[in-house]
Design a protein. Sequence first.
Length: 245
Amino acid sequence: MTSNVSTNEEVITESSRTNSSKSILKTNNIFFFVPNIIGYVRVFISIVSFYFMSSHPYIAIICYLTSEFLDALDGHAARALNQCTKFGAMFDMLIDRCSTMCLCFVLAMFYPKWALFFQLWAAIDIASHWLHLHVATIKGSDSHKKIDLSGNPILRLYYTSRKVLFTLCAGNELWFSMIYILHFNEGPAVLSYGDYVVGLWRVLLYSVTPIMILKQIISLIHLYTAALDMAAMDEAERENTIKTK
């Protein structure tokens, strides 16, 4: 008798979990869409990373990179569940930009001679992506990654090839992660010459430096093309205004 009651309770519990999962997937509340829930998790993990950045580099970097990994996961979830939204696109980009900006703040303190570089990098990154997303939103797109295929060929390749997009974004984040962790140690020795030791973190840093530079160039292209698009929309509106007068 006790066994039957226990089995029934387990069935009810499992059924409740299943119904709860289905209700989340079927919800019309955008704030509870699966990609956005992943975004909330990213925010929490990022805050944990920032908290430990000055004292516990490995905890900080694991949390930071986990958040960046989830950035790829939420996009897949949005497409698979048909939950792509303008809010989700904006929220996703805000998390990306704020995370990188906060890391740049820390790096500017760790490497004061390079503070201007980190400040400029953060400024260009935020300005270019914000203007690009703003233009995409005005045009009615639910994602900044859905661009006009007749536009800039570099951005077309960047956004239409997932391998290119992943390589550039992952390499860029790895570069910032390695320069952060190099402030604390070199990592496992890879090369040594007398007293000079080259660690794994430095090797990884040098390996992805070209990717970081290319990503910065693409950010400048973002800024330039988005500015042209915005100016073109302004010109079109002014022409329409003149015709209606």
